[in-house]
Design a binder for this molecule. Structure first.
Ligand SMILES: [Zn+2]
Length: 303
């Protein structure tokens, strides 16, 4: 099927982000006076509501970021919740530095609470997150297993085995690596079977749970502090989007947020790896495998 490696995996990541992380679509847009509010946005503070841990994240410096009224009103609510005084419109217009605030759960607190919860809303999200992890894991495991088989083959290969391939060019080396990998695919097949069966269970369980949920519902969902954010609650565009500064350290928080049934379904219905061929295609071909072949050849020649 797919001729470009990681096509399925990349699509799954994009769709997961669209469904659960940054959900407003892109639109070409110019801020309108009276409708969009220019703010001197500096960054965002994440506060864990359980243990009090706080992570400040500075945004990439830019002149002004445009907020929709709805998004600024949401911010005011968060300030109120934290008991923090919200700046006056005069202060905002004067360009005083502004920070977004988020009340959420740190990963440790989420693990010991909401990620164990089985309310239908939270369970749907937790299962989607599990599937998202499995989508990546099955490919990572396949790559490791393929490398393992190659190493085993190289460990016992003789010069005669190498002689069956024309190793003067890249294609011949690639053919040798592929042939070596294909000598034993039992581990990849076993992982693929486990993935497929868990994926089917997850799809089925979510399908049943969604039947009784409304189109829009709320649950805690993971959000990396590295993800960009739109300050417009309907769309994102050049003037509304803020990116964390380059030196931001990766960290995840769980945010209580609206989720949509149709997006959950969209994530579930994406094409996923089904066959061993597809799995190996996703795992890709890696330059360091060529080094393994070269090293072994050198060792054999020196013997
Ligand atoms: Zn915490």
């Amino acid at each position: 099927m797919a001729n470009e490696p990681t096509k399925i995996t990349e699509n799954l990541l994009n769709v997961f982000n669209y469904c659960f992380v940054e959900t407003v679509p892109y639109e070409f847009y110019k801020p309108k006076e009276g409708k969009d509010i220019p703010v001197n946005l500096e960054g965002k503070n994440y506060h864990c509501e359980k243990c009090g841990k706080t992570t400040p994240v500075r945004y990439h410096k830019r002149p002004l970021t445009y907020y929709s009224k709805g998004k600024l009103a949401e911010e005011r609510k968060v300030y109120d919740k934290l008991g923090k005084e919200f700046p006056t419109m005069g202060q905002i217009e004067a360009g005083e530095p502004f920070w977004n605030e988020a009340v959420c759960l740190c990963t440790d607190c989420a693990k010991s609470s909401v990620l164990q919860e089985d309310t239908p809303e939270q369970r749907v999200y937790n299962l989607c997150e599990e599937l998202h992890g499995l989508d990546d894991l099955v490919v990572a495991k396949a790559k490791a297993a393929m490398e393992n088989t190659l190493k085993t083959w190289l460990g016992t290969a003789t010069l005669e085995d190498f002689g069956k391939f024309d190793l003067t060019g890249f294609e011949g080396v690639r053919d040798l690596i592929c042939a070596a990998i294909l000598t034993d695919t039992a581990a990849e097949q076993k992982d693929l079977d486990a993935y497929t069966s868990r994926m089917e269970e997850i799809r089925k369980e979510i399908g049943t749970l969604l039947e009784d949920l409304p189109e829009r519902f709320h649950a805690y969902a993971q959000r990396s502090v590295l993800v960009y954010e739109s300050m417009n609650d309907k769309i994102y565009h050049e003037y509304s989007v803020a990116f964390p500064a380059e030196d931001t350290k990766p960290e995840e928080y769980y945010i209580y947020r609206p989720l949509e049934k149709k997006r959950v379904t969209m994530f579930l219905e994406q094409p996923r790896v089904e066959t061993l061929d597809e799995l190996m295609m996703e795992a890709g071909f890696h330059g360091e495998w060529i080094d393994l072949v070269t090293e072994r050849l050198k060792a054999l020649a020196g013997e």
